[in-house]
Design a protein around this ligand. Structure first.
Ligand code: PEP
Ligand code: MN
Length: 631
């Protein structure tokens, strides 16, 4: 059952409830959600809910209708996000584990670890105990294999996952792996599930090849009931009458699981298809279907692999898959999980060791800028600093009230946000240190239960209203009311408590103001992205960590001046990503030129070009070096 605690409950009262239930033989798990704190109580005996309801500090008691309790979405509404050191699995991220089917040698593991890490995997896989169909096939290197796996993982900074097949080896394996894997053949080996669950480590639980979704969730329940809180479900294909592929990947299981359970779910396209060339399309399909990640077999020499060679990707194929995933993820509102070393802020702020970092943004809480902020800074324990204007963001960073600021710089439909370009010029001490692209999804937000047909007024920023024109045109009687801010318009509708008003904003705003999303995705053009700059007064990143530069200059007023400047870039094979001109304030009809340049592997060439440019222009300034972000 779920015990919803009152918001004002005292710690002693909470302890009282826990002690009471534990005394009755219940296992208790506390779940702190955005809206409420609940206790999940699971036990063998039934109990009259009223006995608990009368306890001080208890608001209400809800029975869990499903046979799986700890795994159920009824118990925990928010997605579970599992942390493996710096790597997170679940929520809005796409995490990819990769490596060979089996650990074959130390050398093989070292090579493959480097390869998959360089392409963007965040976990290294490798089987040391192989449950093979034939007793004459390679059975795995056992503990020696786990040693190689761990050594390779440590060498490149990747957490490692490996399968256990017997209760007797669980303890030993726990000394090597960061994540256990329970294979398809052992999904209902309940003694193994109990033992692995009790080890307390995260577990990837493969779906049995003939397991129904409910049986799979019951297997997860075994793990959760015996100790671990971190179960990652893995769809790896089920047996059907089809024999063309090794198994049939049941992609519909992903949205089903997402509804039934809070646990992250990943896809194994390798065992699902058994055919190398079918792996990338099914991997992409899995992510498009809502999976939180993948586990993929990759081998540097699949022709000579000791197991599952035909389904193992070549490193180049894996690299391409990772690039495709990088492009796909923002389309569905997610992003690829990277190891933090690749995270630009680590490059900038080497001294960072923890503690709260303050980040300023323009807008009300729940604004799109805040959404971009949360996604960029999710690795860092941070506080937000909402500002009334873009200039206030610059001032907050300059005055040291915020360590970073995040500013929209360009929208893919409406173009540049010129004010921020001008402010970058006006505040030369503030540099661009990072970039983040966010897909903008507009939602109709109102009081829960509001009927769209009954609405009389809709509030939003003029751009929000304009970008949803096709939807709004369907409701001619609905008055469009321009508002200073998208999230602010939600706050306004919430404060006025009107059932005939609504606002257009991001989904975060609905959560912040306790409102409901009445309709998702109102934007006429779904290719709606906003690019944000992350700014700081801190030192610039080192050349190895950057691949993009933004700079500004004013060309002298003579024929071919701009051409001359650009030729310095062309001659060095430097790819311009953006060129924009802005009027120079106080000098009518004279312009500054802004350039974003791709300098991947060409930092030295740009440094030379910059020297040349400085000679031929009136003003030259680097706005920031950074790592290109997404899309
Ligand atoms: C594996 O991951 O190597 C494996 C044996 O997978 P499954 O249990 O899904 O067959
Ligand atoms: Mn395999």
């Amino acid at each position: 059952m779920i015990i919803v605690l009152s918001q004002s409950i005292h710690p002693e009262e909470k302890q009282g409830v826990i002690t009471f239930l534990e005394g009755k033989g219940y296992k208790i798990r506390e779940i702190v959600g955005e809206a409420e704190t609940v206790l999940g109580a699971v036990g063998l005996i039934g109990m009259d809910a009223r006995e608990v309801e009368v306890l001080p500090g208890v608001e209400r008691v809800i029975p869990i209708s499903k046979p799986y309790k700890l795994a159920s979405r009824e118990l925990k509404k928010e997605d579970t996000v599992i942390s493996l050191g710096p790597v997170r699995i679940g929520g809005r991220r796409v995490a990819v584990a990769a490596g060979p089917c089996a650990v074959e040698s130390r050398d093989q593991m070292m090579r493959i670890a480097e390869t998959v890490r360089a392409s963007g995997a965040v976990m290294l896989r490798g089987g040391a105990f192989k449950p093979r169909t034939s007793p004459y096939d390679f059975q795995g290197l056992g503990e020696e294999g786990l040693q190689y796996l761990r050594e390779a993982g440590d060498a490149v900074g990747l957490p490692v996952v490996s399968e256990v097949v017997a209760t007797e080896t669980v303890e030993m394996a726990a000394g090597y792996v960061h994540v256990f894997q329970i294979g398809a053949r052992n999904m209902q080996n309940f003694e193994l599930l109990k033992k692995v669950g009790a080890a307390g480590l995260p577990v990837i639980l493969k779906r049995g090849m003939a397991a129904k979704i409910e049986e799979w969730l019951m297997a997860a329940e075994y793990l959760l009931a015996h100790g671990t809180e971190d179960v990652i479900l893995c769809e790896r294909g089920i047996r059907t009458f089809e024999t063309y592929t090794r198994n049939t990947l049941d992609l519909s299981a992903i949205p089903v699981i997402k509804k039934l359970s809070h646990l992250p779910v990943i896809v194994d396209p390798s065992h699902a298809t058994g055919i190398r060339e079918k792996v990338p399309p099914m991997a992409l399909a899995g992510i498009a279907a809502g999976a939180d990640g993948l586990i993929v077999e990759v081998h540097t020499d699949p022709e000579h692999a000791l197991s599952d060679g035909p389904q193992s990707l070549y490193p180049e194929q894996f690299e391409k898959l990772m690039r495709d995933l990088e492009a796909l993820s923002p389309v569905i509102g997610k992003e690829i999980e990277h190891l933090p070393e690749k995270h630009p802020l680590w490059a900038v702020d080497k001294a960072f060791t923890g503690g709260k970092t303050v980040v300023a943004f323009q807008g009300e809480p729940g604004a799109y800028s805040e959404e971009a902020l949360e996604r960029y800074f999710f690795h860092i324990d941070h506080d937000i600093f909402p500002c009334g204007s873009f200039e206030e963001v610059f001032r907050a960073v300059l005055d040291g009230k915020a360590r970073y600021g995040i500013l929209p710089i360009e929208n893919s439909l409406t173009g540049s946000i010129h004010e921020n370009y001008d402010l970058l010029l006006r505040y030369p001490d503030i540099k661009i240190v990072g970039e983040k692209t966010l897909r903008i999804v507009h939602n109709l937000i109102g009081k829960k239960g509001t009927k769209i047909e009954k609405l009389k007024r809709v509030f939003s920023h003029p751009q929000g209203l304009a970008q949803c024109a096709a939807f709004l045109d369907k409701y001619p009687g609905l008055e469009r009311v321009p508002f200073y801010d998208t999230a602010g318009s939600v706050a306004h509708v919430a404060a006025e408590n009107r059932e005939d008003w609504a606002a257009i904003a991001g989904e975060k705003a609905a959560a912040v103001y306790g409102m409901a999303v009445l309709k998702e995705g109102l934007e006429t053009n779904p290719n709606n992205y906003t690019r944000f700059f992350i700014c700081s007064r801190l030192e610039e990143p080192t050349p190895e960590e950057i691949n993009k530069v933004s700079f500004v200059f004013s060309a002298v007023d003579k024929p071919g001046a701009l051409f001359h400047c650009l030729s310095e870039l062309v001659n060095r094979d430097l790819n311009m990503k953006k060129l924009e001109s802005r009027p120079i304030h106080g000098r009518p009809w004279q312009y500054m030129f802004y350039i974003d340049l791709d300098i991947t592997g060409k930092v030295d060439r740009f440094t030379q070009a910059a020297e040349k440019l400085k000679e031929g222009v009136e003003d030259f300034r680097i706005l920031g070096w950074y790592r290109q972000g997404g899309v």
